[in-house]
Design a protein around this ligand. Structure first.
Ligand SMILES: Nc1ncnc2c1ncn2[C@@H]1O[C@H](COP(=O)(O)OP(=O)(O)OP(=O)(O)O)[C@@H](O)[C@H]1O
Ligand SMILES: [Mg+2]
Length: 373
């Protein structure tokens, strides 16, 4: 039995416009489920409805087979980290963390053990006696996280719990949260704007846009086979490169953004309709340096170069678009330089320009890197 079921869930704050629309979803016990979407797409609303903090306008919420629509939050056996982590200002860090355990008759020793464990995991051992006003934003956020860590509730809802932490701490906490979730077998619903968190933490990701589910699946599936342009552009950093594409009159070339002429290889292009407006997409790591082969070479003008040390990110102007290439290592390229770039048609994703729906995912690139050891 799946632990959480959302059946035709909808939400309207003003009884006119739905901010969530017919959400159907099952989340399994022990699953780490990541929720992403633009600001205002309904992520926090959905989490708050599951927690019982927001009324459900339509549909059913079931937890372990039981309808929960009208059950008060305290009876749902879950813990939540809020986006605006509210701490009790008059309580110390320690008291804030243990607050939820007080009413649950958990023995003092066990409380202390969980407190120590949480404080160590979050790196806040030194702060336990302080009041929230004496903490930085990132420290407060870790205290809020601490309340969830000690609760051991089987269902855990987290709304951007790491948004205020620096990059190093974020990377550390990512691993810690995942380990805790696995060790305690928690079912986790986790909202994030961070690409790395979305890709690396979740068993599955759901992409929401404007209150509607766009796609639910394993992170790598969403990356490789996005169902539409929205998901393609939303998942992955830097953003996938996209351009308008038409076939030349003689059918021998695919012309992208009126600039690139890509020779049509029948084996790659056989299922691509000729009578539709198309968009093509290519990931930045597949826009490769034109050095190894002679085929599929194009010269593009570099308009921005970012040296990141381990890799170089180069922006090229292509029609009305800017395309980004990400090349391993350090490349010395001047602004305005025409750079030889290899574009293999096997790496192209094809979309219907009008509906935005995927017509064909890339033939290559999926299993690359998926090396079995
Ligand atoms: N209490 C409220 N009353 C009226 N409208 C609300 C309320 N809370 C949220 N909304 C609206 O509902 C929509 C969804 O908001 P929600 O907070 O769920 O978005 P979100 O995906 O969490 O965004 P963010 O990434 O910015 O946190 C938005 O248009 C928002 O303005
Ligand atoms: Mg939110």
């Amino acid at each position: 039995m799946s632990q959480i079921e959302l059946i035709n869930i909808s939400k309207s704050y003003d009884k006119q416009k739905d901010v969530l629309n017919s959400i159907n979803l099952s989340i399994e016990e022990g699953e780490f489920f990541v929720l992403v979407g633009p600001s205002g797409s309904g992520k926090s609303t959905l989490l708050r409805m599951i927690a019982g903090l927001e009324e459900i306008s339509g549909g059913f919420l079931k937890i372990n087979g039981q309808t929960m629509n009208h059950l008060p939050p305290k009876d749902r056996n879950l813990s939540m980290v809020f986006q605006n982590y509210a701490l009790y200002p008059h309580l110390t860090v320690q008291e804030n963390i243990l607050f939820g355990l007080k009413g649950r008759k958990i023995d003092k020793k066990e409380q202390q053990r969980r407190l120590n464990e949480a404080a160590e995991m979050l790196g806040i051992q030194e702060l336990l006696k302080r009041k929230p006003r004496e903490l930085s934003g990132g420290q407060r956020q870790r205290v809020a996280l601490g309340r969830t860590v000690v609760s051991h509730a089987p269902l855990c809802l987290m709304d951007e719990p790491l948004s205020n932490l620096d990059a190093k701490l974020r990377a550390h906490m990512r691993v810690e949260i995942r380990r805790l979730q696995k060790r305690l077998g928690l079912t986790m619903i986790y909202v994030t704007h961070d690409q790395v968190e979305a890709m690396t933490m979740g068993d599955r990701i759901m992409v929401l846009n404007d209150g509607q589910i766009q796609q639910v699946g394993e992170p790598i599936t969403l990356y490789n086979e996005p169902v539409n342009l929205f998901v393609a552009s939303f998942i992955g950093s830097p953003k996938i490169n996209v351009g308008n594409a038409v076939f030349s009159e003689n059918g021998k070339y695919l012309i992208v953004e009126n600039q690139l002429h890509i020779p049509v290889d029948p084996s790659v292009f056989c299922h691509i309709p000729r009578d539709r407006n198309l968009k093509v997409g290519i990931r930045s790591e597949h826009l490769m340096p034109g050095i190894s082969k002679k085929e599929n070479l194009h010269y593009l003008e570099a308009v921005n170069i970012e040296q990141l040390g381990n890799e170089t990110s180069i922006a090229f102007e292509l029609g009305s678009e800017l395309w980004t290439a990400k090349w391993p290592g350090q490349w010395k390229i001047d602004l305005g330089q025409k750079v030889s770039v290899q574009i293999m048609p096997e790496f192209l994703l094809f979309f219907d320009a009008d509906s935005g729906n995927l017509i064909k995912s890339a033939e290559l690139g999926k299993s690359q890197g998926a090396v079995s050891v």
